[in-house]
Design a protein around this ligand. Structure first.
Ligand SMILES: NC(=O)c1ccc[n+]([C@@H]2O[C@H](COP(=O)([O-])OP(=O)(O)OC[C@H]3O[C@@H](n4cnc5c(N)ncnc54)[C@H](OP(=O)(O)O)[C@@H]3O)[C@@H](O)[C@H]2O)c1
Length: 290
């Protein structure tokens, strides 16, 4: 008979504020489903304590941890290495202990691709991306690495929008063999969906709880039936944009798809097991009350 083991493997999330972050419910549902004796801890870490928290994770043998606001960029100097997309994005949302080293990865954009792939192959896709913050950067870089033909960035603040378009036209295009077309369009009035667009992504925070009726300034009349419309907002999943685009015959993807997708990849990095999606999505739906 095997000796009893009272020591679980540890992972978690460092953020501030973090109390309302539902990732623990989602990840521990996967651990239970796959009988993994692991724990995922939700840990409030202030910016001034980040260096000590990372050292603490090393000292306590954490197998990895997620980073959320405000640590996704600030954590980089405390890590030993970066994965390819995290290095292109300059942001880490998932740290993985590998061979005694802490390696920073970024699974946000990969999680988005997981939710997109069943509806549309990203290779060759023409994409309209609303927003240019952290989520937009992650999505844009992964879409480009997956072979998207063009990415048009629309953002309220021109400086941030241009910076993302420059990243795509520079280092990212270089990594993709020079095929990607990328442009920035200032967000004035209702954004129009250019003819021939395959995928529209809302990667702004418009519509996030409690601002649930907020409208994404988008000219719905320029959306064609069959276009894929994805929203990154996980709470509530059925945002106004998801409802309105669905009513126009678009194929819609809610923000739970990306959240579950990035969570599955994080669990795979840490444990080696790619978990089933269903119990994770169910845990989030329960956590968000619907
Ligand atoms: N589903 C998932 O797994 C997942 C993962 C990561 C993030 N998210 C969600 O993604 C959203 C964005 O997160 P983030 O980390 O990218 O935040 P961020 O870096 O702060 O970026 C926010 C983006 O939203 C834009 N924005 C905000 N309010 C706006 C408004 N009223 N009108 C036009 N644009 C507006 C900002 O434009 P400016 O540049 O002009 O300020 C910026 O482009 C959050 O709601 C978060 O919950 C979801």
């Amino acid at each position: 008979m095997a000796a009893p083991n009272f020591k679980q493997e540890l992972v978690g999330v460092f953020g501030q504020p973090v109390a309302e972050n539902p990732t623990q419910a989602m990840v521990e549902a996967a651990f239970r489903h796959h009988r993994l004796d692991w724990r995922y801890l939700t840990i409030e870490v202030a910016p001034a304590g980040l260096a000590a928290a990372v050292e603490g994770a090393r000292a306590m043998g954490f197998r990895g941890f997620n980073c959320t606001i405000p640590h996704k960029v600030a954590v980089i100097p405390f890590l030993d290495a970066l994965g390819a997309s995290a290095s292109l994005m300059g942001a880490v949302n998932c740290v993985v202990a590998r061979g005694g080293q802490l390696v920073g990865e970024n699974t946000d954009g990969k999680g988005f691709l997981e939710s997109l792939q069943p509806l549309r192959d990203p290779a060759g896709a023409r994409v309209l991306l609303l927003g240019a913050g952290g989520a937009a950067r992650a999505i844009a870089v992964e879409l480009a690495l997956a072979g998207a033909a063009s990415i048009t960035v629309v953002n309220r603040s021109p400086a941030r929008g241009r910076e993302l378009a420059d990243l795509l036209r520079g280092p990212v295009r270089e990594r993709t063999g020079g095929r990607l077309e990328a442009a920035f369009v200032p967000w004035e009035g209702d954004a129009r969906v250019p003819e021939g667009t395959d995928v529209v992504v809302n990667s702004t925070s418009i519509g996030l709880y409690p601002d649930v009726d907020a409208r994404v300034p988008l000219d719905l009349g320029t959306l064609r039936p069959g276009t894929v419309v994805a929203d990154v907002i996980p709470n509530p999943p059925r945002t106004r944009l998801v409802r309105e685009a669905g009513a126009r015959g678009c194929k819609v993807i809610d923000g739970l798809g990306m959240l579950v997708g990035q969570g599955r990849l994080g669990i795979q990095y840490w444990t080696g097991v790619l978990p089933d999606e269903a119990p994770m999505r169910k845990a989030l739906e329960d956590a968000f009350g619907g």
